[in-house]
Design a protein around this ligand. Structure first.
Ligand SMILES: [Zn+2]
Ligand SMILES: [Zn+2]
Length: 206
């Protein structure tokens, strides 16, 4: 018959105090594995509590959101965990030219201008905050712009001639940068898209 949980806890706590008192002359060479397990769990709880304290400083809670087209309301991305550049626990993405900037499944809200290209005032990418995500997380509803000028670049789209990706409803929804002087990143246009919690295919509420 299994022992009641509180009896096990009592037994472990008795052994714990025995171990603690070994400094006073009692010899117990090693704590039992279940005691170590409980201590690890207590450590985890402590780490969780610290994370909660950190999260109080977040400008918004880290949440899973999907990108939607504001015009047709269809979902344009996989659900992504959005981290904010204002969160002290979040590291800035490491920029490597020609390489993906953001891990698949996540997005990063930047409150600073992109450090890899100078964006002149009045340019279509001259807005903050910007959300950066991997283009591989876009759904099949997103296609290249029919305006070839916007896709111009040397090895790939430089993304400096205006939004170069369109939703199937024909609205330009954001900018892909994938040239040899940029990392690989997709930047949604905040005027044409919105982020919603969940992963419904269609944003069907006001
Ligand atoms: Zn659309
Ligand atoms: Zn190039």
């Amino acid at each position: 018959m299994p022992r009641p949980a509180h009896r096990i806890a009592q037994a472990i706590s008795a052994r714990d105090s025995l171990f603690a008192s070994s400094a006073f002359g009692l010899s117990l060479s090693k704590p039992c594995p279940s005691l170590l397990h409980l201590r690890r769990k207590a450590g985890l709880r402590q780490a969780q509590a610290e994370r909660i304290r950190v999260s109080e400083f977040r400008e918004e809670p880290m949440a899973t959101r999907s990108l939607y087209c504001t015009n047709c309301r269809f979902r344009l991305s996989a659900p992504l965990i959005m981290a904010s550049g204002k969160d002290p626990a979040v590291e800035e993405p490491y920029v490597r030219i020609g390489k993906p900037l953001i891990d698949r499944g996540t997005s990063y809200k930047s409150w600073k201008p992109m450090p890899w290209l100078h964006v002149p005032p009045g340019h279509p990418l001259d807005f903050l905050p910007q959300i950066w995500m991997d283009p591989g997380d876009l759904t099949e509803r997103v296609h290249d712009s029919p305006d070839g000028e916007r896709l111009s670049g040397c090895c790939g789209p430089l993304g400096m001639n205006g939004p170069n990706k369109v939703c199937t409803c024909k609205v330009h929804v954001g900018t892909l940068q994938a040239d040899c002087c940029t990392p690989v990143v997709f930047i949604p246009d905040p005027g044409a898209t919105s982020w919603r919690e969940g992963s419904a295919d269609f944003w069907d509420y006001p």
